[in-house]
Every structure is written in structure tokens, then in C-alpha cells.
Design a protein around this ligand. Structure first.
Ligand SMILES: [Zn+2]
Length: 106
């Protein structure tokens, strides 16, 4: 579930970035002479992650809520095409991809 859907992918990336940032800061503790350098580097990773989280928040409010036809849950679609956050079914808002009967987006 962590890597399904664009929003979740970005979120997972931001989470990894926090771990990397903390990891880099820990290296600073082991390498006393370069501690300040690693600390700043680690802080940059964490700040970048916070910025990404903020960006996700904005994206999330702009994304469209859709009932997934495959699993019936409400998921968010970012852009024209995205995966369902729950079952990874590919959802599209492009009318070209719509089957001839009903549209999936409401
Ligand atoms: Zn689904």
C-alpha cells in the first residue's frame, strides 16, 4: 500500500528522506571532526522532506476523489492517470480511456 498511487509514492519518498537525514546526522556523531557538516547535511534532508510533505498536502487537496471500480474504496487520483491506493488498479480520468458506458469519476 505504501507504493501504490502517486501520492503514496511521494509520501514514502519523503519518509525515506527523513530516515536518510537522521542517518546522516548519526554519521556526524561517529565522525566528530565533520560533525557540523553532517549535521547540516542531515538537516537539509529533513527540511527537504518537510517541504515534500507540504507539497503533498497541496497536491492532495487538488487531487480528485474517485470511487475505485475495482475495490469500491475511495481513492485519490493525481493528474489524469493514477493507481488506486488500495488495489493498484490503474484509474484514468481521460475520456479517451473510458469504457463506452459510464464514467468512473464522480
Ligand atoms: Zn481499488
Amino acid at each position: 500500500m505504501l507504493i501504490s498511487g502517486k501520492l503514496n509514492k511521494i509520501r514514502t519518498f519523503a519518509l525515506l528522506l527523513i530516515f536518510v537525514g537522521v542517518g546522516v546526522m548519526y554519521i556526524g556523531f561517529l565522525w566528530k571532526s565533520l560533525m557540523a557538516l553532517f549535521f547540516i547535511l542531515g538537516m537539509l534532508f529533513v527540511l527537504a522532506s518537510v517541504a515534500i510533505y507540504f507539497w503533498i498536502g497541496i497536491l492532495s487537496t487538488h487531487s480528485i476523489r474517485v470511487h475505485c471500480p475495482a475495490c469500491g474504496k475511495v481513492t485519490k487520483v493525481l493528474g489524469k492517470k493514477d493507481e488506486c491506493m488500495y488495489c493498484k488498479a490503474i484509474l484514468s480520468l481521460d475520456p479517451k480511456d473510458a469504457p463506452n458506458q459510464t464514467k468512473e469519476n464522480t
